[in-house]
Ligand binder design. Sequence first.
Ligand code: CAA
Length: 283
Amino acid sequence: MAVKNIMVVGAGQMGSGIAQVAAQAGYSVVLHDISDDLVQKGLSGIRKQLDKAVSKGKLEEADKDGALDRIQTTTSLESVKDRDLVVEAVVENMDIKAKVFGELDKNAPSSAILATNTSSLPITRIGATTNRPSQVIGMHFMNPVPVMKLVEVINGLATSPEVTATVKEVAEQLGKVPVECRDVPGFVSNRVLMVMINEAIWELYEGVASVEGIDSIMKMGMNHPMGPLALADLIGLDTVLAILNVMLEGYNDPKYRPSPLLRSYVDAGWLGRKSGRGFYSYE
Ligand code: CAA
């Protein structure tokens, strides 16, 4: 199936990044969020990123304008009616995703693929909320989307091989490298990454080293581009907690038990970069 028209549902950090790379790759993109304020905030973030690329000489002004022209905005999920592929990037909450997928399934063309950028929720369960589970798949982008090469492609139990092939092709068109995996809690990426981040937070909780100390050790010692605590701030501490909880429940194994310090930070609203404060301050 040839994908030409894409809809991105959720104009936050991930959704706007996905919309940006899709528009830059020449796709017609509809960017959705629940309010005009949110969708315009997403669009202005994209404009800022593209302006930055132009000022660095990495993008032609005309290509920036072309990409922006290819993005339409909407607050109605009915705008899915002429789309070939949807990438959902709303909050990591199963009830909300089920509602969104129900609406998309009702309004999308019967041939459309419904992909989710979920970082840990079961693809099979999301697929089962629709009447087209064979056309539901995980398309997991990494943050920051314009920079990171990987798209983790997660096949639900019912996902058809044709849908997997199409989604891999689109990922390649976006300049990404798709890598397939099975639908297990946390998939491959977060099952490894979140255990590392959680362990760093336990270390901080136990006073093993300071925030800077832990991050410096992991950056210099392991050649990681950023330390685990800075990375947690980038991802969002609420998202880190949500993913750990999904794995704790999914495997019923205490090795995924979130550090109490992580819970406290989330309770305090210290969610990382997006809230101005996490393990570091972004004022
Ligand atoms: N959006 C777009 N571009 C960005 C960006 C953003 N948010 N942040 C940085 N960049 C670009 C910069 O503009 C810069 O571009 P140029 O090379 O063209 O100048 C380039 O990335 C490098 O940025 P910096 O020089 O500012 O800083 P850096 O070298 O430290 O790189 C980084 C920043 C790319 C974020 C790097 O630190 C990194 O790779 N960190 C690890 C990120 C990571 O692990 N992501 C996965 C998170 S897990 C996930 O997303 C999945 C999940 O489900 C939770």
